[in-house]
Write a protein that binds this ligand. Structure first.
Ligand code: 2AM
Length: 183
């Protein structure tokens, strides 16, 4: 196979996300530690904690330019997120933080991204959007364990990122390929 064919055969695994700054990351990681004490499982590494906006998944590398273009010039203001509770999904054993109130600007951001991806014929995961931050996988989500009370964590979302995820030695490796400020 020629180099050119080799490059064009490459696949990426992409998603749009919000990435916390370090003070918020530290708060989220402290919540993960507390949850881990209760539910065990595998903690999300602090530097990979994020909030997914739209999951695109596997896509040919030639389409990267179209994905980057989809995030240009979005008309969404900065917004506040308040992660005010922990929960555990039994179907996939994911322990996470959630919001009681989804800010309209977050819904609008996801809506605009999805519309842009649709317009560019880029497939993505269309499950209804449930904002959550995964902190533990393979957690013990049995009902007799009560979720710990957590001090609400405030996160001011200022920008979004496009991330490529790959596996290296069994560990998720996330690389940011683009960053766009909110208004
Ligand atoms: P999760 O934390 O609930 O698994 C990278 O995999 C990110 O994309 C994770 O935050 C993951 O959410 C999210 N994601 C959304 N849909 C996904 C899918 N169909 N497959 C894998 N990850 C998905």
């Amino acid at each position: 196979m020629s180099d050119q064919q080799n490059v064009s055969a490459q696949r990426l695994r992409l998603f749009f996300a919000l990435w916390p700054d370090s003070p918020v990351r530290a708060e989220l990681d402290a919540a993960a530690e507390k949850l881990h004490t209760l539910r065990g499982g595998r903690r999300t590494r602090a530097d990979t904690i994020h909030l997914t906006l739209v999951f695109i998944g596997e896509i040919a590398s030639e389409r990267l330019g179209d994905v980057l273009a989809a995030a240009e010039g979005l008309a969404v203001p900065k917004f506040d997120l308040l992660f005010d509770h922990a929960d555990c999904w039994r179907h996939n054993r994911v322990a996470h933080l959630g919001v009681s109130r989804t800010p309209p600007a977050l819904s609008e951001l996801v809506r605009q991204l999805e519309a842009r991806l649709d317009a560019a014929a880029i497939p993505f995961d269309r499950r209804p959007y449930v904002p959550h931050i995964t902190l533990l996988r393979k957690a013990d989500c049995s009902a007799e364990k009560t979720n710990p009370a957590l001090a609400p964590i405030r996160w001011l979302a200022r920008d979004l990122v496009l991330v490529n995820s790959s596996l290296r030695s069994g560990e998720a490796l996330y690389k940011q390929l683009g960053r766009w400020p909110l208004l």
